[in-house]
Design a binder for this molecule. Structure first.
Ligand code: COA
Length: 379
């Protein structure tokens, strides 16, 4: 019988460890398949909207028209961030990293939500609606504030995708670009127990509130091995600059054991199905802007990494050139990831609250034992 105290050998990075049961999403790394609540990501990207996917992740089913209308109305009613939060953001140092700003500002939303501390379904969904409605407002507002521009108030007639681009630029995107961005949000919405989602579940497991869980998720997403990779892909393309230098650059990077950002995945051993869409968008944006260099460079890197390492691009690889050609600043790529992933995080947090058990694994102890305390003067 288990005493609950035994330890077994640690799995490095918890690879292969099943740490939770979830009905939200599943990644089949061998087949290159991703599903949300049983629906294939390609089907959702083709036919759904980000708002509908948010509903699906929170409720486990697609909404009927009345349910969708109600859900969208609630999100729209929460587009506006509290004036105090925006006002405080104006005091932040202008060179602050947008992910640090997002983490700080989203955390502070808790202070303006009287019911935000509840972990019962109704309070937690209320907080999830608020954060999902406002996270894009905050990310876009920061870019305006740091550039000394007026903050653009959200427009309730727009979708989350349209609204984000509108608040960022002060101009509405055209229908094609808005749809592309909407699909990008769908593609990033959930990815099973990735590092940030696992983080949110660990925090939820303590029955900390929704804002605390999401704040921790944003912190985890910011790392360069997770959501930070998309920005680094674009930095890499800009650094290489010349398509003629790619082969040498990649050879050098591999010889120096440097990782190529946007390539490889902890679960997918074949093409990441999200990359299939983003490759298409990168090409579409290249054609729209008449600037094919970034797409072509990406393609060559993809080809080389497949030949040399048998590795495939992940979601971050082609989102980089897609967002860049949409005119989005490099350091907003990861906040955009958060604007989408908020849906998966909140879905997982709701699922964790609904059937909670404190997450408390063991460590395999590899330190010394039987050490005797030596007074400081004798060390
Ligand atoms: N470029 C070059 N080599 C890579 C690589 C990359 N992007 N990703 C992995 N490798 C190599 C590692 O150097 C390692 O080689 P070694 O066995 O000779 O030491 C081997 O492949 C295994 O790497 P590891 O990091 O242990 O694999 P993982 O499954 O844990 O890695 C990632 C998954 C995503 C962390 C890793 O592929 C990576 O860092 N990619 C770049 C960052 C990125 O795009 N992150 C976004 C993920 S969605």
């Amino acid at each position: 019988m288990s005493t609950g105290t035994e330890t077994t050998a640690a799995s490095e990075g918890l690879r292969g460890v099943v740490a939770a049961q979830s009905a939200i999403g599943d990644v089949d790394g061998i087949q290159g398949k991703l599903i949300y609540q049983g629906y294939d990501i390609h089907d959702l990207a083709e036919n759904s909207t980000f708002e509908e996917v948010v509903y699906l992740l929170w409720n486990g089913k697609l909404p009927n028209q009345a349910e969708l209308d109600e859900h969208v109305a609630q999100l729209k009613a929460n587009y506006e961030a509290p004036a105090e939060v925006i006002s405080l953001m104006k005091q932040y140092p202008k060179d602050s990293d947008p992910m640090d700003v997002l983490r700080t500002a989203v955390s502070s939303l808790d202070l303006y939500d009287p019911k935000g501390q509840g972990t019962d379904r109704e309070s937690a969904v209320g907080a999830a609606v608020r954060i999902t409605g406002q996270i894009g407002t905050i990310a876009a507002a920061w870019d305006r504030i740091r550039n000394g521009k007026d903050v653009v108030a959200p427009d309730k007639s727009l979708s989350i995708a349209e609204n984000f681009l509108y608040m960022l630029r002060g101009e509405r995107p055209d229908a094609d670009e808005a749809r592309m961005f909407d699909i990008a949000l769908i593609l990033h919405a959930d990815h099973e127990l990735n590092a940030s989602t696992f983080t949110t579940r660990v925090v939820a497991g303590t029955l900390a509130d929704m804002y605390g869980c999401v704040t921790a998720g944003i912190a985890a997403l910011a790392g360069p091995l997770h959501g930070g990779a998309n920005t680094n892909v674009m930095k890499m393309l800009i650094e290489i600059d010349d398509p003629a230098k790619i082969d040498e650059w990649v050879d050098n990077a591999l010889a120096n054991k440097k990782k190529i950002m946007g390539i490889g995945h902890a679960v997918y051993k074949t093409e990441d199905p999200r990359a299939t869409w983003l490759r298409k968008f990168s090409k579409q944006m290249a054609d729209r802007k008449g600037e094919s260099q970034w797409f072509e460079m990406s393609q060559r890197i993809e080809q080389l990494m497949l030949e040399k390492k048998g590795m495939y691009p992940n979601v971050d690889f082609y989102s980089a050139s897609t967002y860049y050609l949409m005119g989005i600043p490099l350091d907003l790529f990861t906040p955009i990831f958060a604007v989408s992933r908020i849906s998966g995080w909140t879905g997982h947090i709701l699922e964790q609250y609904a059937n909670n058990k404190l997450i408390r694994p063991r460590a395999e102890y590899i330190g010394k034992r039987d050490q005797k305390y030596v007074p400081i003067g004798e060390r």
